[in-house]
Design a protein around this ligand. Structure first.
Ligand SMILES: Cc1cc2nc3c(=O)[nH]c(=O)nc-3n(C[C@H](O)[C@H](O)[C@H](O)COP(=O)(O)OP(=O)(O)OC[C@H]3O[C@@H](n4cnc5c(N)ncnc54)[C@H](O)[C@@H]3O)c2cc1C
Length: 449
C-alpha cells in the first residue's frame, strides 16, 4: 500500500448506526475525518430493533468464542490488532459466559452511543435515508433490515436481481471431517465430473432421519420473516412435513446415483457440494433450515458419513438485505462505477455481529487509505477477515450465500499439525502474524486510540 500523506479533513457520510456503521464512524473520526452518521432509529424502527441506541445487538448477546483454536476467536485477535473500537466496548460490557464473549447488550449499546455522541468529529443525524447518499465519500451499512425505501433505492441503482431480501442458508461441513469410507463422489447419471459427495441412506436410516427432523426444535420465524417462505425457499423440515416420501422425491432424491459399496441405488441421498475452490468446505444441498443450532448438529449428524462432521456454518432462513457482492463491489467494498460509495456490514453478505463490525472497520480503513492517496490492498487471505472478504468477492462457484468466518475459507497450511486443536491454533497463529504485517503496512498517520 503506497501513500502516506495526511488528508484534509473530509466529510464522510455513514448511513446506518448499527455494528458496522458505528465501527466505521468511530474509526474514521479517530483518524481525523469529519463524519455525518445517519441513523433512522428511534424515529423509524426496524422490525427487530427495540431501542434508539446505536450498535444495538438484536438477538443473542453472544459475540461467540474468544478461544485461540476457533475461527471467531481468531477474528477477534485480528480485530484487536486493527484497534476495533466496538470489540473493546464489547469486552468492557462482558458478562460471564465461559470462553465466549457474551455481553450486556444495554451496557454495550450505551457505551457505543456515548462514544459517538460525544465524539467531536461525528455529527449524529436521526433520520431515515430514503435514497442512496449523493455525497461522496459515503458508507452504507444499513444492515439486514434496511428500510424498504432505501432497499428499493438500492435495487433501482444495482438492479432487482443484484439485491436479495432474504437468505436461505444450508449448513456446511469441513471436508476433513467427512467419513470418506461411506460418502462417495459422483454426479447424477455419471454426467460430467464427479463433483458431488453423496451420503447414502437406507430405508431405515431415512425413516429415522425424517422422524428426528420433524421432532427437532425450531426457531420460530418472526412475522417479518415469513415472506422468505413465499420466495420459493422452503426449509428442509417444512418439506418433510409434506409426507414421509417428500424428501426422497425432493432434495434427498437418489436418482442417477449408485453406492459403490452396494452397487445399488440408495433409498435416499444427501448431496454435498463444494463451497471453496480447494474443496476444504462442503455444503448440504437443499438443506436450508430453521432448526435450532444444537438440533441441526444432532439431527444432521445422523446422516451416514457425517456422524463426526464438523459443522462450521449452520443453516438459517432470514429476512436479509444483501448485495450480489462479487458483481457489484470492488476489493475496497466500493460500488463499482459509483465513486467513493462503500458498503459494509451484513449487506455485503457476511453473517454475524463480529463479522459485520469487522467489515465496517475494513471499509473505514479502505476509505482512509484512498483519502490519503494510497492504493488499497485488502487483508491477506491467510487472515480470517481476508479469507471472508475474498470468499464474498469471489465465491468459488459464483453463487452468493451469506457466510461467517470459518477455517474452511483459509488456504491450507504448508505443514499442518495432525491434532485437530493444534491445527486450528496454527491457522490462527498464521492469521494473526499476517494481520500484524498487513496492519504495519497501512499508511495510517494517526493511529486509532
Ligand atoms: C432478527 C435478527 C437476528 C440476528 N441474530 C443474530 C445473532 O444472534 N448472532 C449474530 O451473530 N448475528 C445475528 N444477526 C445477524 C447480524 O449479524 C446482525 O444483524 C448485525 O447487527 C448486522 O450488523 P450491521 O451493522 O450490518 O446491521 P445492523 O446492526 O442491523 O445496523 C444497521 C442500522 O441501520 C439502520 N438503518 C436501516 N435502514 C436505514 C435507513 N434507511 N436510514 C438510516 N438508518 C437505517 C438500522 O436502524 C440499524 O441501526 C441477526 C440478524 C437479524 C435480522
Amino acid at each position: 500500500m503506497a501513500g502516506t500523506s495526511e488528508p484534509a479533513a473530509a466529510l464522510i457520510t455513514v448511513v446506518g448506526g448499527g455494528l458496522a456503521g458505528s465501527e466505521a464512524a468511530l474509526q474514521l473520526a479517530d483518524r481525523g475525518h469529519r463524519v455525518r452518521l445517519v441513523e433512522m432509529r428511534p424515529r423509524r424502527m426496524t422490525p427487530a430493533h427495540r431501542s434508539g441506541e446505536l450498535a444495538e445487538v438484536v438477538c443473542s448477546n453472544s459475540f461467540k468464542s474468544e478461544r485461540a483454536d476457533t475461527a471467531s476467536g481468531g477474528l477477534k485477535m485480528e480485530l484487536e490488532i486493527l484497534g476495533s473500537r466496538l470489540l473493546a466496548f464489547a469486552r468492557e460490557a462482558r458478562v460471564p459466559a465461559g470462553a465466549a464473549l457474551a455481553l450486556d447488550r444495554e451496557a454495550f449499546a450505551d457505551a457505543v452511543t456515548r462514544a459517538i455522541d460525544s465524539h467531536p468529529g461525528i455529527e449524529l443525524v436521526r433520520e431515515e435515508q430514503q435514497e442512496l447518499p449523493r455525497e461522496r465519500p459515503s458508507i452504507v451499512a444499513t444492515g439486514p433490515l434496511t428500510s424498504p425505501a432505501l432497499h428499493e433505492a438500492i435495487a433501482r441503482e444495482v438492479g432487482e436481481e443484484a439485491l436479495f431480501f432474504y437468505d436461505a442458508i444450508a449448513p456446511s461441513v469441513l471436508f476433513d471431517s467427512i467419513d470418506r469410507e461411506v460418502v462417495f463422489a459422483a454426479s447424477r447419471y455419471d454426467k460430467g465430473e464427479p463433483d458431488y459427495l453423496n451420503c447414502p441412506l437406507n430405508r431405515q436410516e431415512y425413516e429415522s432421519f425424517v422422524q428426528a427432523l420433524l421432532a427437532a426444535e425450531r426457531v420460530r420465524p418472526k412475522d417479518f420473516e415469513r415472506d422468505a417462505y413465499f420466495a420459493g425457499c422452503m426449509p428442509i423440515e417444512a418439506i418433510a412435513e409434506g409426507g414421509p416420501e417428500s424428501l426422497r422425491f425432493g432434495p434427498m432424491r437418489p436418482v442417477g446415483l449408485r453406492d459403490p459399496r452396494t452397487g445399488r441405488r440408495p433409498w435416499a441421498v444427501v448431496q454435498l457440494r463444494r463451497e471453496t475452490r480447494d474443496g476444504s468446505l462442503y455444503g448440504l444441498v437443499g438443506f436450508q433450515t430453521q432448526l435450532k443450532h444444537p438440533e441441526q448438529k444432532r439431527v444432521f449428524s445422523m446422516i451416514p458419513g457425517l456422524e463426526h462432521a464438523e459443522f462450521v456454518r449452520l443453516g438459517s432462513l432470514h429476512r436479509n438485505t444483501y448485495l450480489n457482492t462479487p458483481h457489484l463491489l470492488d476489493a475496497a467494498l466500493r460500488l463499482k462505477g459509483a465513486g467513493e460509495l462503500y458498503f459494509a456490514g451484513q449487506m455485503i453478505g457476511c453473517e454475524g455481529y463480529v463479522e459485520s463490525l469487522a467489515t465496517g472497520l475494513v471499509a473505514a480503513l479502505a476509505l482512509d487509505v484512498h483519502l490519503r492517496g494510497g492504493s488499497w490492498e485488502p487483508p491477506p487471505r491467510e487472515t480470517l477477515l481476508g479469507a471472508l472478504l475474498a470468499y464474498l468477492r469471489e465465491p468459488p462457484l459464483g453463487r452468493v450465500s451469506p457466510m461467517n468466518v470459518n477455517f474452511g475459507l483459509l488456504p491450507p497450511l504448508a505443514d499442518p499439525p495432525r491434532a485437530k486443536r493444534e491445527r486450528k491454533e496454527a491457522y490462527v497463529e498464521r492469521a494473526v502474524e499476517a494481520m500484524r504485517r498487513w496492519r504495519d503496512a497501512l499508511p495510517t498517520v494517526s493511529r486509532p486510540r
